[in-house]
Design a protein around this ligand. Structure first.
Ligand code: ZN
Length: 85
């Protein structure tokens, strides 16, 4: 009986550890840029005002790629201040 309880608690521990560890949020955010290269801003919203003037194709890249790889900055409409330019 005791052994059984021990086994259960070990199982429980294992499970609670398993729940704990993969906490990393690897949620990948994608952003939009105007053209394959040459863009200076990236956009979360494909229908953003800042993209209205884009005459090239829109390209979807990961946020990491846009920031670290292409050194783009977030567009003025979406920088969280909500005051356009
Ligand atoms: Zn934008």
């Amino acid at each position: 009986m005791k052994k059984h309880l021990y086994f259960l608690s070990v199982l429980f521990l294992l499970f609670s550890f398993k729940k704990e560890t993969p906490k990393q949020t690897t949620a990948q955010t994608d952003v939009w840029i105007c053209g394959p290269h040459g863009a200076k801003r990236f956009h979360f919203d494909k229908n953003c005002q800042g993209l209205k003037s884009c005459t090239r194709d829109l390209y979807k890249v990961s946020l990491r790629e846009a920031q670290a790889g292409l050194a783009l900055t977030i567009c003025g409409y979406e920088d969280g201040h909500g005051n356009g330019n």
